[in-house]
Design a protein around this ligand. Structure first.
Ligand SMILES: Cc1cc2nc3c(=O)[nH]c(=O)nc-3n(C[C@H](O)[C@H](O)[C@H](O)COP(=O)(O)OP(=O)(O)OC[C@H]3O[C@@H](n4cnc5c(N)ncnc54)[C@H](O)[C@@H]3O)c2cc1C
Length: 599
């Protein structure tokens, strides 16, 4: 496993030079503490923790995994101690509500920390990551009493949280869930049912675990309109706030799985466990949607992390490993062979990873800024526009980045040749760990339906227009820039085509609804490449401007420009294939009768 090194220069490039975080934070309500010095100090401290504490535990977690016994789940060596350090460092409280012990820092800053945590050790990062989901739910929808009881403990990190949605027969289609919530005489509910695949459902890192559970009240309407949300703690809270006797919720077993071995994936049995309703009856799914976007950006980070880790390992390896000679003559004549970085195909693999990692960072940070504005924008108008942009960008970030992040992880392994397949180097672990990103928090297929169906077509293309307008303005402003022509011209053409394709699909969908499902994943991937084109063009502009002004960091900015060139010439053409495929019609998928799928 490569030693993780936080990419601080690139993090700062995206935050400060591309997205002007200083101005962004100054425009937010209540973000006064996020001054440039403070932001630098937080990121610097976070980087140290991730490099020195979490990264060394990444391979340990993979090898040891979690172990289940009747007494509970034991996490891998060092996980519990690292969590203790994380709590002592105040990290769980970073972006939480100051009224309950939080520091109230912007979500986007929290996501920078999540990037570093997730890249250095994704399995470990899921424990505080899931707590974040529970924290947000209670922050948004809990009563004052619930906040005092649970939020303070989650924010301090003394307790952790989970999200219990999935059941054995349903994950994507939560409308069919069966877990029951029956009212008790004292106003609480008895929760009964089985939830599966619950990340961090049971572990030894904290004294109590707060489960956020989706369940049905008696007589609730069928489908998604009959789901309510409950808090179900592992240990019932005492009057003084401490954790008391065990609730009737237990972990029946943990899954054996392809990757993320250090994170416990639990079957959770609720046997009449005491639970408290959060938010209105039957509005559980609506309540969850309010923070789902932030959770999904959190998962998008897995794609970024996989690409970054693969890149860090494979760049070092490619400079070191000697094999054959460069086609244009020896570059290392003193050695027995040239380092593999001289070969065009190895460069293709390295540059693809670099374009994905840095593009992903830009996309996630840009999306996170919208999340900041949704929460802390100064005017209603600003908040509404940001909510629309966030809704549009989130499925793209989640699904596109986990798909191409997985591709990057595979390329990281490929650069190592046979050694990539061997555990010692950590590249095969990176591939195994990254694979789940395309499945949980809504599969790629489900995200694509959300994007094309709900976000784009149901708004008559308004959410897309909001974004393409921004791209159009950027292209217009830079239309006369000779140096940037190579980026601006294809970007402007793509931006127009994006709208045309959407219109065409919208028209065919009016005749046949299957067309939406048939086009959706290609549409999402096309959209991902288009958003990346916009971001790479913007990054190229920043780099070009810096080079013209004169800089002592010529190599850094030149690498940005070269990577932008690589992206436009060698990755963006993939969008063509997706455009053709999305217009190919549903019939080539649907005409084949089910019976013809014979084994
Ligand atoms: C390691 C791990 C950790 C997890 N952590 C959690 C957790 O903490 N909490 C939690 O609640 N859940 C968790 N999950 C569950 C996860 O969110 C679900 O597995 C996921 O949402 C998919 O649901 P499913 O497995 O039921 O697949 P299904 O819903 O059965 O889907 C199967 C396939 O059909 C496709 N499909 C389904 N419906 C449609 C449609 N309408 N159109 C097109 N395609 C469709 C899907 O895209 C998928 O490819 C976790 C899962 C794993 C493996």
């Amino acid at each position: 496993m490569p030693d993780y090194k936080a990419p601080l220069r690139d993090i700062k490039f995206v935050m400060n030079e591309l997205l002007d975080s200083e101005q962004h934070y100054a425009n937010l309500e209540g973000a006064e503490d996020a001054t440039p010095d403070m932001v630098d100090a937080i990121i610097g401290e976070g980087a140290k923790f991730c490099e020195q504490v979490l990264s060394p535990l990444n391979q340990v977690g993979d090898k040891e995994g979690c172990t289940w016994s009747e007494d509970g789940v034991k996490t891998p060596t060092g996980f519990k101690e690292a969590y203790q350090q994380y709590v002592e460092g105040g990290w769980p409280s970073m972006t939480a509500d100051p009224n309950y012990g939080g520091q109230g820092l912007p979500h986007s800053l929290g996501l920078v920390m999540s990037e570093m945590v997730g890249t250095s050790n994704w399995s470990w990062g899921m424990y505080p990551g899931l707590s974040h989901g529970a924290t947000n739910t209670i922050e948004e929808h809990g009563t004052e009493e619930q906040k005092q009881t649970y939020l303070t403990k989650l924010i301090s990190g003394e307790w952790t949280g989970t999200m219990c949605l999935t059941e054995p027969h349903c994950g994507s289609d939560l409308g069919t869930l069966r877990t029951k919530a029956e009212p008790n005489a004292d106003g609480t509910y008895a929760i009964t049912g089985t939830k599966i695949f619950i990340s961090a459902g049971e572990h030894d890192m904290a004294e109590n675990i707060v489960h956020i559970v989706l369940a049905r009240l008696p007589g609730a309407p069928e489908g998604t309109k009959g789901i309510s949300l409950f808090i179900v703690p592992k240990r019932l809270p005492n009057e003084d706030g401490s954790s008391g006797e065990r609730n009737a919720v237990s972990c029946g077993s943990i899954e054996h799985k392809m990757g993320i071995h250090g994170n416990a994936t639990c079957v959770m049995n609720f046997d009449g466990a005491r639970g408290w309703l959060i938010g209105p009856e039957n509005k559980g799914l609506n309540c969850m949607f309010t923070f789902m976007n932030v959770a999904r950006i959190g998962t998008a980070i897995q794609g970024l992390g996989a690409a970054e880790l693969g890149l860090q390992g494979s760049v070092t390896y490619a400079k070191d490993r000697l094999a054959m000679r460069s086609l244009s003559g020896a570059k290392n004549p003193e050695g027995i062979a040239d380092p593999i970085i001289v070969h065009p195909d190895v460069r293709r693999m390295l540059l693809t990873q670099k374009a994905i990692a840095e593009g992903a960072r830009a996309l996630i940070y840009m999306t996170a800024q919208q999340a900041d504005i949704v929460h802390n924008g100064k005017t209603e108008e600003e908040r509404k526009a940001a909510d629309e942009a966030l809704g549009f960008l989130t499925p793209i970030a989640k699904a596109f980045l986990t798909e191409i992040g997985y591709e990057a992880a595979n390329l990281g392994m490929q650069v190592y040749g046979g050694h990539g397949f061997i555990s010692e180097w950590g590249m095969e672990q990176n591939v195994r760990d990254a694979r789940i990103g395309m499945i949980y928090e809504g599969t790629t297929g489900i995200q694509a339906l959300d994007l094309l169906g709900r976000k784009v077509l149901m708004t008559q293309g308004e959410s897309l227009k909001g974004f393409t307008k921004q791209v159009h303005v950027f292209c217009k402003e830079n239309a006369d820039n000779e140096q940037l022509k190579q980026f601006i011209e294809p970007l402007a053409a793509l931006n127009k085509e994006w709208g045309d394709l959407t219109m065409k699909i919208g028209m065919t969908a009016m005749k046949n609804r299957e067309e939406v499902g048939a086009a959706s994943v290609d549409y999402l991937m096309y959209s991902g490449y288009a958003v990346f084109a916009y971001l790479w063009a913007r990054m190229a502009k920043v780099a070009q401007d810096k080079m013209e002004e004169g800089t002592t960091e010529e190599m850094f900015y030149n690498a940005k420009l070269q990577t932008a060139r690589f992206y436009f010439k060698r990755m963006l053409p993939r969008a063509r294939g997706h455009a053709e495929s999305m217009l190919a019609g549903a019939d080539s998928l649907m005409d084949m009768p089910e019976e013809a799928f014979v084994l």
